[in-house]
Design a protein around this ligand. Structure first.
Ligand SMILES: [Zn+2]
Length: 120
């Protein structure tokens, strides 16, 4: 677990600095995450074969969703564990919840409903 400085910004306001606890995935963990995601969605896809009628839509959807989400997992090298940064617009602290972190991570300020981009 690492403590890092993060920068929050949106289009019109000056950026704000905050801190976050992050976890870096090892290459083996990334592979495991990809396999877990793929097997979950493909299991659901297999299960939906049993639903008459709907399987024409559901089975290919979950099959495709599995591929899409596991490719996304493959790009996820970091995970935010927790953190806090002042909102660039209203200066209220925005708490970061545990989430996968990829380039251009976005959070929404609960106070002023502004979308904030988080970068390191
Ligand atoms: Zn705000």
């Amino acid at each position: 677990m690492d403590q890092v400085e993060i920068t929050a910004y949106n289009a019109s306001e000056p950026e704000q600095k905050g801190t976050a606890q992050i976890r870096r995935f090892k290459p083996s963990e990334i592979t495991k995450n990809v396999a877990k995601t793929l097997s979950l969605y493909w299991s659901i896809a297999l299960f939906t074969v049993l639903i008459p009628g709907l399987h024409f839509i559901l089975t290919p959807s979950f099959f495709g969703l599995g591929i899409y989400l596991s490719l996304k997992k493959q790009k996820t090298k970091l995970q935010i564990l927790s953190g806090s940064v002042p909102c660039p617009k209203c200066k209220e602290p925005v708490l970061l919840k545990k989430a996968d972190f990829s380039e251009g991570h976005k959070v929404i300020c609960q106070n002023c409903v502004t979308t904030i981009k988080i970068i390191f």
